[in-house]
Design a protein. Structure first.
Length: 281
């Protein structure tokens, strides 16, 4: 009976692994097809069907995307916007989450309610006043304008994550620091931020993805400045009036996804820890 039970467990494990492997293949197939299409000719993309192996590697597609379509410039713009957006977002949301999670004050619940309500407001509804304000401040058609808009919108979830995480930390940490003469900023920078590493990693990854892949805001803010376009907006370069350069677009999309995949693999453990820790708190 013991051997029979062990055999059943092994069979169920094999079946489970096989099903998960099949599911992963279905999930990853579009990405593999994109990489494959980036190494094919325009005609081969439509004639090869589901075949992922190119007849002859067309590396010139990457050269055309990087040089002719100016994706080298778009990459620099995207990196600058993403780094600036992530830095400002982490700084502002961590500070707001720390205050909401650690301090009791009048109107605290009201602030939580207002923040929760803003989650359901679509970003497109606020673009007109945002553009008018940016134009009045001289930030339209500039990278700084894009950075400030992206870092100031869609951050409610991050504030709530920081609030839940900081709110669950022992109060003795702050009390000991205050007894040693530490002020508000010293406690926040020297104690709370180092302890909030998992949540910082979570917010960094999520905001990185949002800023890197954002299309609407960079399109609006760089409409009259093609040299300030990001990678997502730069995809328009492959769409002509009569035809679309699908092989060049696939190469450009592959180039734009490489940094995203690298960042996620480097920070995936911290990302899971941050989500699990915030939920448990």
């Amino acid at each position: 009976m013991i051997r029979l039970g062990t055999t059943r467990i092994r069979i169920s494990t094999i079946v489970t692994v096989a099903l998960l492997a099949l599911l992963c293949l279905v999930w990853v197939y579009p990405f593999l097809w994109m990489v494959s299409a980036s190494l094919k000719t325009q005609a081969e993309i439509f004639s090869s069907g589901l075949n992922l192996i190119p007849r002859e590697l067309q590396w010139e597609n990457y050269w055309r995307a990087w040089v002719d379509a100016k994706f080298s410039r778009y990459m620099i713009n995207t990196v600058a916007i993403t780094l600036g957006t992530v830095s400002l977002t982490v700084a502002s949301t961590s500070l707001a989450g720390y205050v909401l999670g650690r301090y009791e004050f009048i109107g605290r619940r009201v602030i939580f309610g207002v923040l929760a309500a803003t989650i359901f407001i679509p970003a497109g509804y606020t673009i007109i006043p945002t553009v008018r304000l940016a134009n009045a401040l001289g930030l339209l058609n500039s990278l700084w304008g894009v950075i400030l808009v992206l870092s100031g919108t869609g951050n409610v979830i991050f504030i709530l994550l920081f609030s839940a995480y900081f709110g669950g930390l022992p109060k003795e940490l702050e009390e000991a620091a205050v007894l040693d003469g530490a002020g508000f900023w010293m406690v926040f920078v020297r104690i709370m931020l180092p302890l909030g590493g998992p949540v910082i990693a979570t917010v960094t990854i999520l905001k990185f993805l949002d800023a890197w892949n954002n299309f609407f805001v960079p399109l609006v803010f760089t409409f009259s400045r093609p040299d300030l376009r990001t990678l997502s907006v730069g995809m328009f370069a492959f769409v002509g009036q009569n035809e679309t350069d699908w092989s060049g677009m696939a190469a450009a999309a592959t180039l734009s996804l490489i940094p995203v995949v690298m960042v996620f693999f480097l920070m995936q453990r911290r990302f899971v820890e941050g989500i699990a820790g915030a939920v448990k708190q």
